[in-house]
Write a protein that binds this ligand. Sequence first.
Ligand SMILES: [Zn+2]
Length: 656
Amino acid sequence: MNRLHLIAGAVAAACALHVAHAQTTAKGAEPATVQANQAFSKTLPWSDERAFDDARRGFIAAVPGGKIEGKGQVPAWNMGAYAFLEKDQAPDTVNPSLWRQGRLNAINGLFKVSDGIYQLRGMDLSNMTVIEGKTGLIIIDPLLTAETARAGLELYYQNRPRKPVKTVIYTHSHADHFGGVKGVISEEDVKAGRVKVYAPEGFMDHAVAENVIAGNAMSRRATYQFGSLLPPGERGGVDAGLGKNLARGTLTLIAPTNYVNEKTRKLTLDGVDIEFMMAPGSEAPSEMMMYFPQHKVFDAAEVVTHNMHNLYTLRGAEVRDAVAWSRYIDAARLKFGDRAEVMIAQHHWPTWGTDRVDEMMRKQRDLYKFTHDQAVRLLNEGYKPDQIAETLKLPESQQATWSSHGYYGTLRHNARAIYQKYLGWYDANPAHLDPLPEVQEAKKQVEYMGGADAVIERARKDYAAGQYRWVASVMNQVVFADPSNKAARELGADAMEQLGYQSEAGTWRSAYLTGAQELRSGVPKLPSLNTLNDDTLRALSTGLFLDYLGVRLNADKAAGKHLVLNWDFTDTREKFVLNLENSALTYSEGRADPKADASFTLTRATLNEVILGKTTFPEVIKAGKAKVQGDPRKLGELMGMLDTFPASFPIVEPLQ
Ligand SMILES: [Zn+2]
C-alpha cells in the first residue's frame, strides 16, 4: 500500500465525526443480494480450511481487547470493533468470501513462526516480523504507526527475552512498512551506531516521492479504498482485504543506514544469515524479499500475499508491472522454494510446508501473468477495457485457490489497468475523444430519457429486479444533472450499498459503501491536513519539493508574470534557479542566475520549518535565518499564486 499522503488522509478522515452517522442509515440486504451471495458461496472452495490453521498456528498472546491507545481519544488500533466477525456464517450484507478473509485477518497477536522468528499480526494493516539474533533483535517492517509498532514490540517482550532492537529492515517503500519505526528504535540509537537500518536500493527516493505530486487526490480517494469513514460492522467496514484497516497514529521515518542493492545479496546480521532478492517495480518501486537459510523461512515481503494484489490501486496510482511481478515470484521460487519450509509475508498469515509454498508461489506467479497476457490478448483482438473486465474469468484452478481471490486487487480492475498501461485512457473511438463534460452530458441524457422523475421511476423497477450496476450508473447521471435530487441520491445510494454487500473485494465494498454514505450525507468535512511531518519532509528532495510547488501554481494568477528566484541551501550545498514564465514553474539545478529578481540563502532545514508552518518567510528573514538579495516581495508574489488543495472534494456528485 501505500502512501504518505493517502495514509495521512485516511487517518484524518477516520477522525472526522461522520462515522457514527452511517450505521443508522445503512440498509439490509435485498433479496437479489442474498441470492447473489448464496450463489457465489457455492463456487468457493470451502473444504480447504488450512488458512485458519495457518493463521492460528504458533499463537502466543494478544493485546487484551485488541485495543492500542493513540495520541488523542481515537485509539490507534481497535480490533475489538471487529468482534462481530466471530460468527462463522457470513451475514446477508457481506460477501461470504470477504467475510472469510475478514475473519482470517482478525486473528491477531504474537505468533511463533519458527525457532527465533516471530510475527505480530493483526495489530495494524501490515505485519511486523521479529528475528532473534545472538545479541539483539532484527525487526522487519515496523508497521504504519509508532503506537502500533511500540505495542507490538511490548507484546513480544512480555513473552520473550528483552533483547534490544539492533537492526530494522524495511522490505519496501510503502508507509505501512516503515511508518512505525520510532516505536521500536530512536534516531539517537541510529546516529550513535547502536542500530542499523537496512532497506532496498531506492527506498528513500520512493518512500515519499510516490505520493507527493498527486497526493491530495490520492488521500481523498483512499478514504474510498479503505472505507476509513465507515464504521466497522456487518453493514459497514469488514476488511480491506490486505488487513483490517490503517492504524490511526503517528507516522515516522528514519533513513536507512545501509542499502541492499545486489541482485541477491547475502548478509549475516547478528548471527542471522539472510539472502536477499530484489524485486523493484513489483508491488512497490523499491522492494526486496529475503530468505533465512538457518530457519528455512522465506519472507515474500508484499510480493506474495493471500490475495490477488493491485496492479492498479483504487486510490489512484501508476499501473504496476504485472510481468516483472510474476518473474520475481518465479525467480524467488526457483532460488528459495525448495529450501523454504515456511513462507511468511508482511501481510496475512504464513504458509507451511515446502510443497504448499511452491504451490502458492506458482499460483501467484501465474495469477499476474494470466491477467497481463489475457488482457493484452483481448485488447489486441479489439476489446475495450469494460469488455475485457467483463470477459475475463480466472481458470478453475485459480478459482479453487483462496489466495488467488481478489480481496484487495480484483481481476476486473486489474484487467482494465493492463489496457491503461499499454493504450492509455483513449479507446480510439472518436465518439469518446471529446464528449461533453460529465454534468452537461448528464443533463442531456436525463432530458432525452424524459426527465429525472421518469428515469427514477424506471430505475426503481430495475432496482427491484436487482439491476444494481445499472441503477447506480443511471442514478449517477440524474445526480450529476441535479445534485439536489434527493430521490436520485437515495436510490443511487441504495444500489451502491447492495453492490458493496455483494463485493468480494474489501476495496470494492469500501468504495461502494463510502459512495452510498456520501450520496446520503454529502461530502464529509475533513480536517485540513499538513500531510508532511518532520520525518517525511526531510526525506523529500528539494527538486521534488519544487515540482510540488509547480503543480500548485494557479495558471490564471500567474498569467503574464515572469519571476526568477535563486536558492542557495547552505546545509545541503544545493543551488536552484526557480523560473516562472508562461504560467509554468520550472527550475534548474547547480547554478545561480545573475539577473534573478531575488536570491535566498538559507538552510534546507529552515525551509522545512516554513513548509511545516512552524514559521514564515518574513519571520526567518527577520531572524536572520535567511539572507535575501534583491526584492523579497517577489517570493510573496509567487506564494500568492499557489493553490491550497482542499482536504475533501466531491466524488459521487459534481464539483461545484
Ligand atoms: Zn503493505
